[in-house]
Design a binder for this molecule. Sequence first.
Ligand SMILES: Nc1ncnc2c1ncn2[C@@H]1O[C@H](COP(=O)(O)OP(=O)(O)OP(=O)(O)O)[C@@H](O)[C@H]1O
Ligand SMILES: [Mg+2]
Length: 416
Amino acid sequence: MNCFACGPSHRGINRKSLKKIIDESPDTKTLASFANIRYRKFNRKRKHLVHDTAKLGKGKTSAKIFSYRELRTATQNFHPENLIGEGGFGRVYKGYLKNTNQVVAVKQLDRNGFQGNKEFLVEVLILSLLRHPNLVNLVGYCVEGDQRILVYEYMPNGSLEDHLLEQEEGRKSLDWSTRMKIAEGTAKGLQYLHEVANPRVIYRDLKASNILLDEHFNPKLSDFGLAKLGPTGDKTHISTSVMGTFGYCAPEYAQTGKLTTKSDVYSFGVLFLEIITGRRVIDTSRPSEEQNLIIWAQPLFQDISRFALLADPLLERNYPINGLYQALAIAAMCLQEEASRPLISHVATAIGFLAMQGDEDEENSTEEEDEEKEEGEEEEDDDDEGGKGGGSNGDKESDRVDEEKKIIGNEKANCI
Ligand SMILES: Nc1ncnc2c1ncn2[C@@H]1O[C@H](COP(=O)(O)OP(=O)(O)OP(=O)(O)O)[C@@H](O)[C@H]1O
Ligand SMILES: [Mg+2]
């Protein structure tokens, strides 16, 4: 799914406010100079682009400057067999850097594409200056002639979208505990941008295709081309043209162009609901009343006895019921009107508990299964006639229904 302006407002950058941010952030020279570059770019001083990028890159970051030739070699001349994805920016290839023995992802800007130089610069500078385990690592970039190429660490498990929403035949679907860990890591990445980076950064493009997964399914945010420096001083929002991906945009931002960190919290709520339900936020292949995930989920959110209908059928009911209800309550809170949305740090902490709970349940259920197995073996030894425990599935089912009823009773007070 490509990025596009998700509302009618298309005012472009507000030069005055950008200059103000720079002036008001004297301590944050590096990020301010990033804003300055953007300012200059908007003045169409394109010749400064290459120079400024190289200057900042060399002086303040570990990102390497690659020649086009090096990247051609790394990707076997951008061979179609090495193509791993394509988005609004251009094509992404798998590559190998012989010198450093490193596998990388090489993203080549499509010169006819609609995202461009501005996004390239913001991406290079944000990823060069900010570091966190839940942000993808930028290995380097290439600015040669009209080539604009970004080189990232290679993420062997691709994007969350690949695993959650574009299920390939034969691929195991993500289990509950992995889903909670991905949501927790994503929230921590946002927390770093909102609460640690100085000035704050508003990500603006949270969606499943921008969450990349390493070999252990740890999530990392990628694609910072639309990111914005957050408000400084006492200000609560910045005004900007409305950009992002349809469906993930917070309604107040889409309507007014008022961007706050809470806009990202809304997008997180949408993403978290996708993680729980396995449904795309906008899916035109579904019946009309189910095409918009948020509209479809709304009546179900109101009725706790129907909460289980919101769980991805691919989970095959393998989730802690309590965990499901709590996860839905968190998603619902993130989707509330702006003032009532929680801070992303609170969301990260709450989901952290759910991720731990998933682990404990797995451990317990493995222990229980072992015990059951042992007991079963003992019974088989003791009594050959009814030893296989034929009624156990039915018993488990009725236990589960009892458990659900109990939790529904307990949760009624907590949810929504
Ligand atoms: N560092 C990486 N490691 C592995 N795969 C990657 C990496 N970066 C991107 N990809 C793959 O390439 C795909 C396309 O990524 P890209 O960011 O260009 O587009 P997108 O996220 O689908 O759309 P948009 O342009 O709107 O962000 C991703 O979905 C992912 O599968
Ligand atoms: Mg992307």
